[in-house]
Ligand binder design. Structure first.
Ligand code: AMP
Length: 249
């Protein structure tokens, strides 16, 4: 079984985000970038399927600037076999991205695609679903457990208030939720080995995908600062404040 894992290079989750002064976006100058955490979980799951003898090849693909090669290398150090960089300096929206990934899938013919449930920069949570729709494939989103059962894939999904288990026909799209696994740290020998693994360089034109933007970002602003709290002395005072100051009861 061949697995494709799309991985995105995003601002590291530990970095305190700063909005650009002209409110056109987030300041990326001299900011630490890393693999999107949900993509790490997706890579880890593919590697576990390979270690269990279920998967035979893991290909990682990233659509982004030349530096996204580092993100691909990280996935190769975790255990993926080879990478594809679709080089672009443009910000690609989920629909455009899904169209590019469809092109990659038609060329590579994987049996399963594992994506992150969302990228922590745009918080879109759209790419996996759009890709499944474009391909006409089954989808198991927000997966917290997956198991291959003959030619069917059982996916446990995290839904509001519980877990839902579904059975998918293959080929299938899975999007990884937080509890699917805990990604490994790549060992030094594996980081060295990853340097020799191949990364193909492609462009959007290679897949004849229409990745033109459909959205215009009007403004990006910082969230409002939280106001300091107050201490109350008695329950009566608390009820009074909730009623007459906060207006919540
Ligand atoms: P999103 O729909 O933007 O929240 O992203 C969901 C998932 O789509 C991510 O976790 C990745 O697996 C994949 N993805 C998003 N952007 C990219 C990208 N530029 N390159 C490769 N995969 C991506």
């Amino acid at each position: 079984m061949k697995i494709l894992v799309p991985v995105k290079r995003v601002v590291d989750y530990n970095v305190k985000i700063r909005v650009k002064a002209d409110q056109t976006g987030v300041d990326l100058a001299n900011v630490k970038m890393s693999m999107n955490p949900f993509c790490e979980i997706a890579v880890e799951e593919a590697v576990r399927l390979q270690e269990a003898g279920t998967a035979t090849e893991i290909i990682v693909v990233s659509v982004g600037p030349t530096q996204a090669q580092e993100t691909i290398r990280t996935a190769l150090a975790m255990g993926a076999d080879r990478g594809i960089l679709v080089q672009t300096d443009d910000q690609i929206e989920p629909l455009g991205l899904a169209k590019i990934l469809k092109g990659v899938i038609e060329e590579e013919k994987p049996d399963m695609v594992i994506l992150g449930k969302q990228a922590i920069d745009g918080d879109n949570n759209q790419t996996g679903q759009m890709l499944a729709a474009l391909l006409g494939w089954s989808q198991g989103t927000f997966a917290s457990e997956i198991a291959l059962d003959g030619d069917k894939l059982t996916v446990t999904r995290e839904i509001d208030g519980g877990l839902q288990t579904i059975k998918l026909a293959m080929p299938a799209i899975v999007t990884a939720d937080l509890r699917l696994n805990e990604p490994r740290y790549a060992s030094l020998p594996n980081i060295m080995k990853a340097k020799k693994k191949p990364i193909d360089e492609k462009t959007i034109a290679d897949y004849s995908a229409d990745a033109a933007p459909r959205l215009e970002i009007v403004k990006v602003t910082e969230p409002a600062e939280r106001e300091a709290g107050i201490k109350v002395e008695t329950v009566n005072e608390l009820v009074d404040k909730l009623k007459n100051v906060a207006g919540v009861i």
